[in-house]
Design a protein around this ligand. Structure first.
Ligand code: SAM
Length: 182
């Protein structure tokens, strides 16, 4: 039986979670983080793996000074027109989708800016998780996340629980069969 996690469970999980994300997105060159908070993930991906990264967050919090290959932008993820000329290989949303007022619009916009073989990765808290007892927020069920990905136009989506069932890991791709565009 798995012991129940402690209140700092999510903070302690971050190094492991970041490495899981890096592994999932290993073939992506440019990564866009929507709802990036303090831009910690994209800075780590840039510094550790040489990824070219962009973080977008709507909040007024100060970003740390920009680093090499890190661009943190204050904007609403619902409208990413400022990325028009940029090729995005992967979009991540880590613990941010549940805070967004129009999540479907954000996912549609994420799909629009992705390149054809691009991937989206969403990490969320599941309902009934430790996060819910800590912060008492509303979280999406696995079915809701799968539906939202489908409605936004993503294909080959997979949604599963990870980290002792305390996180939801959801991913999808811009196109259905990569072969069709080869
Ligand atoms: C719980 S925080 C997660 C931050 C970060 N991803 C992390 O892992 O620490 C959620 C973030 O989503 C951002 N956010 C909410 N709605 C947004 C929107 N429409 N566009 C961009 N960012 C948004 C908030 O400002 C907040 O920083």
């Amino acid at each position: 039986m798995v012991e129940s996690p402690s209140p700092d469970f999510y903070e302690r999980l971050k190094p492991w979670l970041f490495s899981q994300i890096a592994q999932e997105l290993r073939s992506a060159y440019r990564i866009l983080d929507l709802g990036c908070g303090d831009c910690k993930l994209v800075r780590w991906l840039a510094e550790t793996y040489g990824k070219n990264t962009i973080g977008v967050d709507i909040s007024g919090l100060e970003f740390p000074p920009e680093g090499k290959r890190v661009n943190c932008i204050r904007a609403d993820a619902k409208s990413l027109d400022f990325l028009n000329e940029v090729t995005i290989d992967a979009v991540v949303l880590i613990w941010s989708l549940h805070e967004m007022d129009s999540p479907l619009v954000v996912l549609q916009e994420a799909r629009r800016v992705l390149r054809l073989l691009g991937e989206i990765l969403i990490v969320e808290f599941p309902p009934g998780s430790l996060a819910q007892s800590l912060w008492n927020e509303d979280y999406y069920s696995m079915g809701e996340l799968a539906n939202m990905l489908r409605k936004a136009g993503f294909w080959r989506s997979e949604v599963r629980l990870i980290a002792h069932r305390q996180l939801t890991w959801a991913k999808g791709f811009k196109v259905s069969h990569p072969e069709v565009i080869r």
